[in-house]
Design a protein around this ligand. Structure first.
Ligand SMILES: [Ca+2]
Ligand SMILES: [Ca+2]
Length: 97
């Protein structure tokens, strides 16, 4: 996907005026974003969201969230149920870059 030319212009302007401290903050923010970019809906942690995750989440339906099944509690309400299965299904087909 091509970036709009305006975005390049804005970035160049920002870099032109940026101090080193600002650059470091930008870098730190980018790192933290990468750190939290786990794949929502990837219940079995294989890097893609697909029917396997929906199946696993459905099989865990009714369980209270614990250390073993927290990846299936997509909406983080403390229990794995049909609401989480719906989220997995809506995310099906997505994968880590
Ligand atoms: Ca998966
Ligand atoms: Ca849930």
């Amino acid at each position: 996907m091509l970036q709009p030319p305006a975005a390049h212009h804005d970035l160049a302007e920002e870099n032109h005026h940026a101090h080193h401290q600002h650059a470091n903050q930008t870098k730190a923010r980018a790192n933290s974003e990468a750190h939290v970019s786990f794949l929502l809906g990837d219940s079995n942690a294989d890097g893609v969201v697909n029917a396997g995750d929906a199946l696993q989440t459905r099989n865990r339906s009714g369980q209270a969230t614990d250390a073993n099944n927290f990846r299936s509690d997509l909406n983080a309400d403390g229990v794995v149920n049909s609401g989480d299965t719906l989220i997995v299904r809506s995310r099906s087909g997505t994968a880590l870059p």
